[in-house]
Structure formats: structure tokens, C-alpha cells
Design a protein around this ligand. Structure first.
Ligand SMILES: Cc1cc2nc3c(=O)[nH]c(=O)nc-3n(C[C@H](O)[C@H](O)[C@H](O)COP(=O)(O)O)c2cc1C
Length: 215
């Protein structure tokens, strides 16, 4: 397959360093609202890249569940492959790509587990069968002989925890927050003259410094 003749001209927006807000969170909220208004499917789906001590990067999609005042939160199995990477190296990067808006947002920062109480509160809000599913997928990323084994475990757990019985929050499952150190906003433009504005957090006073980057 050859895609070398496939080209789109990006012409839906622009980004000026002079007019971006002081706080990248303001711009991130505004772009997220645009993505929701434009009906981007799962605009909070993001590619999460991690790298453990084996120095081999891994990437996968996870769902951002919250934008806090300092970063972004997602939920997963702490004993998954990504959980292992994060335990070895807390530095991570995430990427959102909203094709409908010709926009990309790239975030880097350090990851830490959120409070167990907050994870439990979120777990208990999830649909009952998703809660059961979290117990089935233990350890997430571990090998399973076949689909039947998974389904049998699921059915057994459904029988142990019928709809009216609370599914306990697994200790191995919860949220991580990525505290944002750097966030880049990319707006596609014509002729590959894209706009890239990056905000870097100044470690002295936590203010944000902006730069325009070459596309
Ligand atoms: C749209 C979409 C959303 C996903 N959301 C999550 C999520 O929020 N948390 C999660 O652990 N895995 C999620 N996954 C599954 C992950 O991509 C991945 O398969 C899983 O977490 C195991 O990754 P690991 O082996 O790198 O730890 C999602 C996958 C897709 C395609």
C-alpha cells in the first residue's frame, strides 16, 4: 500500500502566541469544549506513552476522566504493563488528535497514583458489569488461555456479585494523575505552515512560558 500521494490541506483554524491565554488549562478547556461541540467521538481518548527501565516505549489509548487544576486523570489496572512502566519511570506523554478540528494536543509530565478514596468513588460510579470486568482483567496485560476462560470468570463473578450487591473496589485498580510540565497545542494550517504553541511550566514560580515552535 502506498499513501505517498495522500494529502489534506488543513485550514480550519489558527493559533497566535499573542492571543493565547496565560494559562494552558484555559486553552485546553476551550479546545476540549470545541471538540465536544464538533461531536468528535470520545474527544477525551488519548494515546499514553510510557517507558520502563527496559527503555522500550509503549503506547496505548486510555480515557481521560478529569482535567484537574494541575493535570489530567485516567483510570487503569495498577498491575498492567503500563502500571509496571509507571512504577519504574513516572515520566509520560499523552497525545490527543482531533481530526475534525485539525488539532493535536501533546502533554508531558509525571504520573502519580491518585488518592485511593477518589479511585473508589469513581469505581463505584461505573456500571456494575464494568466493575465486574475490572476484576476479570487481573492482571491486565497478563496472558489468558482463551476467551472462554475470561467469560467463565466473568459469569462466576456476576453470580457472586448480582446487581444488588456492591462490587468491592480492587486494590490493584485506580486512577493516575499526570501533572502537566509541558503542553503543546498544534493547529493544522495550509502548506504545512502549522501553528505550534508550547507552554512550559517554570519550576521556580509555576508560571507558564510560551514559545512558538517550527512546524
Ligand atoms: C477507546 C479506548 C479506550 C480505552 N480506555 C482505557 C482506559 O481508560 N483504561 C485502561 O486501562 N485501558 C483502556 N483501554 C485499553 C488500553 O488501550 C490497553 O489495551 C490496556 O490498558 C492495556 O494496556 P497496557 O498493556 O499497555 O497496560 C482503552 C482502549 C481504547 C481503544
Amino acid at each position: 500500500m502506498d499513501f505517498s500521494d495522500q494529502r489534506l490541506s488543513y485550514e480550519k483554524g489558527q493559533l497566535d502566541q499573542q492571543s493565547v491565554p496565560e494559562s494552558p488549562f484555559e486553552l485546553f478547556h476551550s479546545w476540549m469544549n470545541d471538540a465536544i461541540e464538533q461531536k468528535v467521538q470520545e474527544p477525551y481518548a488519548m494515546s499514553l506513552a510510557t517507558c520502563g527501565t527496559d527503555m522500550k516505549p509503549s503506547v496505548r489509548i486510555v480515557l481521560m476522566r478529569e482535567i484537574t487544576e494541575t493535570g489530567i486523570v485516567f483510570y487503569t489496572n495498577y498491575q498492567s504493563a503500563k502500571g509496571q512502566d509507571i512504577a519504574e519511570n513516572p515520566n509520560a506523554e499523552v497525545l490527543f488528535f482531533w481530526h475534525e478540528l485539525e488539532r493535536q494536543v501533546r502533554i508531558s509530565g509525571s504520573i502519580a497514583k491518585i488518592d485511593a478514596d477518589k479511585s473508589a468513588a469513581y469505581f463505584q460510579k461505573r456500571p456494575h458489569d464494568s466493575q465486574v470486568g475490572a476484576w476479570v482483567s487481573q492482571p491486565q496485560s497478563g496472558e489468558v488461555a482463551n476467551r472462554e476462560v475470561m467469560e467463565q470468570t466473568f459469569e462466576q463473578l456476576q453470580a457472586d456479585y448480582p446487581e444488588n450487591k456492591e462490587v468491592p473496589t480492587p486494590e490493584f485498580w485506580g486512577g493516575y494523575e499526570i501533572t502537566i510540565d509541558e503542553i503543546e497545542f498544534w493547529q493544522g494550517r495550509a502548506n504545512r505552515m502549522h501553528d505550534r504553541i508550547v507552554y512550559t511550566c517554570d519550576s521556580d514560580d509555576s508560571s507558564w512560558i510560551t514559545k512558538r515552535l517550527l512546524p
